[in-house]
Design a protein around this ligand. Sequence first.
Ligand code: AMP
Length: 415
Amino acid sequence: MLINRPRGTNDILPGDVERWHLIEQTAREVCRRFNVAEVRTPIFEHTELFARGVGETTDIVEKEMYTFQDRGERSLTLRPEGTASVVRSFVESKLYAQPQPTKLYYMGPMFRYERPQSGRYRQFHQFGAEVLGVNDPSIDAEVIALAMTFFTELGLTDISLEINSVGSAQSRTAYRDILREHLSPVKEQLCKDCQSRYDRNPMRILDCKNETCKELTQGAPEMLDHLSEEDRTHFQAVCSYLESFGIPFTVNPRMVRGLDYYTQTAFEFIENGSTLSGGGRYNGLVEQLGGPEMPGIGFAVGIERVMIALANQNVELPIAKGIDIFFVALGEAAQKHSVKLLHEMRRAGLIADKDYLGKSMKAQMKAADRLKARQVVILGDDELAQGVANLKDMETGEQTTVALSELIEVVQSKR
Ligand code: AMP
């Protein structure tokens, strides 16, 4: 009986995995430039962390978590996102006591019980960055610039950036009441989800995809018109920093991110109608997770969505292909000796391989072609007895006889 992978998960096979490596390497390099250090947190956490950190009323916590009891009857959850864990770790390790800001990035699998479709999986991967401890609007712009640099370094061009301010906790409370009042005459006509959002989180009604809800909320008061003076100044500063960086953006006053912890700046990167990345400021989160009052801002990029965007935009990633050297060994003694030579080559830093099935010369040459070997060593028992081998340059077809004692050096020089 065949056992398949669980629904909504993917195997990343050779051929694809090299593209993943390149994307991950680009993320690491860009973070290095922005002086952002990696943090690795557990794949599972206490369920309470996400309930408190992501928010009880979010879709993630309400319906999407992979929650289980371990053998000690603790409730644990496979992480559905990265920010709560990074902030937990920041608090637990007392990184807040160090000079600020603390700039961290993470990369790895996340788990959400969603209905699988293209670009939506139950195990997916995110790269994200968080900057904690500084509230200056230049940091907001830098975090957005980091994500943008990652996209442009990969060769993605047609990506739009939308930003908004969802206000500080105080201005939002007042705005929520205004919004509820405005929507109260049409409350019963909203979709079921929005009816329950009405009491708990009415701002999310503004970003409902349901056509009726879209129509009913036309002309609704917008958060941007109800910001405090401080929020407004902050938002304007973020916008002008982005302008000074030459990063184009549009203000989307209806954008409300799906996570509860955002305050002030919220942003999304969109490609071909799909959200590649979302993020924002979360000034209450450190405190909410038991730390001191400290601001923070971050984003997360979905790597699978980046893959889709690369395909949409026909971006060919510069993947290194092929191997340096392939051994074609003929005869028993040559076969045996080639194993040792192969090992020496690898120790010398060459990418080297051979045939293990005792195939014919023709079949071995075919294998060398398939592996895109740049050079091939042809070694028979006679050559071995004379202490030489034939070296074939697969690009030019040129063949030379080389002393075995000089083989590695010659291969390296022709690499
Ligand atoms: P979020 O943490 O919900 O703000 O999502 C950030 C990014 O992660 C999104 O913009 C997507 O690119 C990606 N993402 C979120 N959920 C999924 C999923 N179920 N499958 C694939 N990618 C996802």
